[in-house]
Ligand binder design. Structure first.
Ligand code: ASP
Ligand code: MG
Length: 271
């Protein structure tokens, strides 16, 4: 199996999401593929700020909510043809309404627990991954969306939870045994504890999600795709004449030298 992760700017706009779809469509697939995504760029920071403002009793959290809402609804409008839009818009709106209710609650109570912050942050990845999965399906791909919180089990350290690998590996392998989609899209960064509360794996944690899945299924390859503003034709410290070429998506790739060597892609145990 292959596991690919796309960062926030790679899903940061309708155009970027479409580009990810193109990459996946032309990808040389070997069996099922897992795709992990971050929240649309800037969204996690906005979500945290939103919760903070609400906790401080600052009504400006509503403006920030509008901002987040606008970005996601506009993206849906640009991604899907009018005929398919209303269903998708109402799905996204439903998630955004839950987020709003959560922030209203924080505002009423005047505080945001770590547990609550994780829940607030989860909406970024939930929305971006869902939009990507739907766009792939619209393009005719055999794609499914799966909530990582059903598979990745952690302790209660909200904000940087520790993974219970025994349970998680078991959940992930049995999930892939049962499902038949060619591409499964997962929200990165989010997981859940034994009480089914949402937890998060630490900032930048979507890479970690991808590594957790790759290790569990003993993936043949793990690729972390990032958007770069440009690439130099050579190392400018060595070649002063090096010039920048256009922006593109680039990837870091880890392959498993032989199957059955999970440790080659398992992230450091210090996490
Ligand atoms: N969205 C999360 C963050 O901004 C996780 C990630 O992007 O990997 O930290
Ligand atoms: Mg990152």
């Amino acid at each position: 199996m292959q596991v690919l992760k796309f960062g926030g700017s790679s899903v940061g706009s309708a155009k970027a999401i479409s580009q990810v779809c193109d990459i996946l469509a032309s990808y040389k697939r070997k069996g099922a593929m897992a795709v992990v995504v971050s929240a649309m760029s800037g969204t996690t920071d906005k979500l945290i700020r939103c919760g903070q403002l609400a906790a401080e009793g600052n009504e400006q959290y509503r403006d920030l909510l509008r901002d987040i809402e606008q970005l996601h609804l506009d993206t849906v409008r640009q991604l899907f043809p009018i005929t398919a839009q209303s269903g998708h818009l109402s799905q996204v709106k439903k998630q955004l309404n839950q987020l709003e209710a959560l922030c209203d609650g924080i505002f009423q109570v005047g505080e945001m627990s770590d547990r609550c912050r994780d829940k607030v942050m989860s909406y970024g990845e939930l929305l971006s991954s869902w939009m990507l999965a739907e766009k792939l399906r619209l393009n005719g791909q055999n794609a499914a969306w799966k909530d990582s919180r059903d598979l990745i089990l952690t302790d209660n350290q909200f904000g940087s939870a520790l993974v219970n690998f025994d349970a998680t590996d078991h959940h992930i392998t049995s999930f892939f045994h049962q499902q038949s989609a060619e591409i499964v899209v997962f929200p990165g960064f989010i997981a859940s504890n034994a009480d089914k509360d949402t937890t998060t794996l630490g900032r930048g944690g979507s890479d970690y999600t991808a590594a957790i899945i790759a290790a569990a299924v003993d993936a043949s390859v793990l690729e972390i795709w990032t958007d770069v503003s440009g690439m130099m034709t050579a190392d400018p410290r060595i070649v002063p004449q090096a010039i920048a070429i256009r922006a593109s998506l680039t990837r870091k790739r880890w392959s498993s030298p032989t199957s059955g060597r999970k440790s080659s892609i398992r992230p450091p145990s210090s996490r």
